[in-house]
Write a protein that binds this ligand. Structure first.
Ligand SMILES: [Zn+2]
Length: 235
């Protein structure tokens, strides 16, 4: 039995939320890295894709969270990747090796040949394990773009495909108030909220976080890691 099968009301394919009966939500942060982003770092066009302020706020507010690393991000920021993995407040999962679009079109993300998909996911698993010592259990498709067959592929690799039901809209958004409003309007019991921890084109994530955390707490919602959100024991 998979985790998804164990949660009533959760589809057996892509997991997008936890039980609606418990007042819990999961904050998730994707750490994207593509060859193009790597180039922007090398040429000095972008200073960093490591938004340190996100985890500082999470720690200061004792807020558990789940990070989805691309393999390339873990390799680019090994110290930060380890620091996140070693913090009991956080958990680390798989967001592909270099962030291709598994189904096209996908917000301008690069294409990946069918035959390379499994290797890309396994390359990420290996990179994340090598850097952090963690073996991810969940996989998130870049851009949330997938073909139904890709879900089967992910499961065949022993991973659970995990999406979201709350889009924070922090990618490409410089107005923190809009991000806060998006999350507070959509979040409910069992929600999985997608945000980004790479800064760059998601520049206002950390600015929005305090109001998101305070706003959802005020509604009686408790933040948990994805694994806990989907735990049948309801811990
Ligand atoms: Zn992503």
């Amino acid at each position: 039995m998979t985790v998804a099968d164990a949660v009533p009301g959760v589809p057996s394919s892509l997991v997008t939320h936890g039980p609606r009966t418990l007042r819990r939500v999961a904050l998730t942060f994707d750490a994207d890295m593509t060859p193009g982003m790597e180039k922007a770092l090398q040429t000095g066009k972008v200073k960093t894709y490591d938004n340190v302020a996100v985890r500082q706020i999470l720690r200061a507010t004792h807020t558990p969270a789940t990070f989805f690393f691309t393999g390339m991000w873990a390799e680019t920021y090994p110290k930060s990747a380890r620091e996140i993995a070693q913090d009991a407040l956080f958990e680390v999962e798989d967001h592909s090796y270099d962030h291709p679009g598994f189904e096209q079109p996908c917000y301008g993300l690069g294409n990946i040949p069918e035959a390379h998909k499994a290797a890309n996911i396994e390359l990420a698993q290996a990179a994340i394990f090598r850097v952090t010592g963690v073996k991810p259990r969940y996989f998130r498709f870049p851009g949330g773009c997938e073909h139904p067959q890709d879900l089967t592929l992910v499961r065949s690799l022993g991973l659970i495909p995990l999406g979201w039901d709350v889009v924070s809209g922090d990618a490409g958004q410089s107005d923190a108030r809009i991000i806060v409003r998006n999350v507070l309007q959509q979040a409910r019991n069992g929600s999985i909220i997608v945000m980004h921890s790479h800064g760059g084109k998601a520049p206002a994530t950390a600015l929005a976080l305090p109001a998101i955390i305070a706003g959802l707490k005020a509604r009686g919602l408790t933040f948990v890691k994805v694994t806990d959100l989907l735990s049948p024991s309801g811990r």
